[in-house]
Design a protein around this ligand. Structure first.
Ligand SMILES: C[S@@+](CC[C@H](N)C(=O)[O-])C[C@H]1O[C@@H](n2cnc3c(N)ncnc32)[C@H](O)[C@@H]1O
Length: 316
């Protein structure tokens, strides 16, 4: 972790010796400054083309062409052992949803990258839909180059087992713990609260990453001093996650207000005053907290399904 003694300045342009680069402008302009093969992890959540305040809605073909230009440049700057994580949700067109990972996958595939995981990021907050089930997950598609020699550090991101004290009950290892004492692989379905109203990290950006989501990727896919790049930086989360673990972070953002917020958050991360939700903090559970005001319809006496009522009469 960084300490107050770590001297870090926030630079406006990329240079391999810097530690934090916050570029105000189009990501393609920042990418032009970055030498081939110098980035260990590209992690981003691009605009989803759904008409948010920071984007102009394009037709899907134009959107994919724009994404393709950025992805090509990201592949150029990617290290041989590096990773690209593209975090996306759905494009919604007249009530019809198109999962963006499915239409972006061919772009990465044609550039020779290999999909290593399609991570489901599950969360609880969002719009309540009335004509379909409310969307409560998005995906992170994780690509590397073809070689199997990519960085993947599992130990720093292990999570507690469900039954940590489980032991072998027979055989030569009888009595020994059967699980890895460092914890288990977190799997590819991640339950991490998204940043909405009461989240400690909430800023005025409508869809920022939770820091803990990116920290897991940074710890698993990079080593200390490596570069992490976010071409669609928003309010700086990816740089913050990188700096918190002694990596270098760079990103581009077109909206001046978000650049200002990113700068303030990065400064706080550097001096250790930024509030973040800690990795692996248990998810709030209203039942455990005895704070569940919901009256479940199935517990109402007069909503017993008719067939069950008949069964009850017969049994009586
Ligand atoms: C989904 S948000 C990313 C939020 C970010 N993950 C965070 O934690 O704050 C996408 C961001 O990309 C920015 N953006 C859109 N087009 C861009 C471009 N061509 N270059 C750089 N940033 C761009 C938008 O202003 C928006 O803030």
């Amino acid at each position: 972790m960084l300490t107050k003694a770590t001297p870090i300045k926030i630079s406006a342009n990329f240079h391999p010796d810097e530690r934090a680069v916050l570029f105000h402008g189009d990501c393609l302009e920042l990418l032009k400054q970055i030498p081939d093969g110098s980035i260990q992890l590209v992690v981003t959540s691009p605009p989803y083309n759904i008409g948010k305040e920071y984007e102009k809605k394009l037709n899907l073909k134009q959107y994919l062409e724009q994404q393709s230009d950025v992805i090509k440049e990201c592949v150029r700057v990617l290290n041989e052992k590096g990773s690209i994580c593209w975090q996306v949700g759905n494009y919604v067109d007249n009530g019809s949803i198109i999962p963006l990972d499915t239409v972006l996958f061919p772009i990465f595939h044609e550039l020779g990258l290999v999909l290593r995981n399609r991570i489901i990021w599950h969360f609880e907050h969002g719009l309540h839909c009335s004509r379909r089930f409310s969307g409560r997950y998005e995906t992170i598609i994780w690509f590397t180059r073809k070689s199997k020699d990519y960085v993947f550090n599992l130990d720093p991101v292990r999570v507690p087992q469900k039954y940590p004290a489980k032991k072998y009950f027979k055989g030569p290892k009888k009595g020994q713990y059967s699980c890895n004492p460092l914890g288990k692989n977190p799997g590819d379905v991640w339950d991490i609260p998204n940043v909405k109203s009461n989240h400690v990290e909430k800023t005025e950006h409508p869809c920022q990453f939770p820091v803990e989501l990116i920290e897991r990727l940074v710890l698993a896919m990079t080593n200390e001093n490596d570069w992490v790049l976010d071409p669609f930086l928003g309010v700086g989360t990816s740089i913050i996650a990188a700096l918190r673990h002694n990596r270098r972070g760079a990103g581009a953002e077109t909206v001046q207000r978000y650049v200002e917020i990113a700068r303030e958050r990065i400064k706080k991360a550097i001096n250790g005053t930024l509030k973040v939700r800690p990795m692996n903090k248990p998810i709030y559970n209203p039942d455990q907290k005895r704070n569940n005001l919901t009256v479940a319809p199935w517990s109402q006496p007069n909503t017993t399904p008719p067939l069950l009522k008949i069964r009850q009469i017969i049994d009586a």
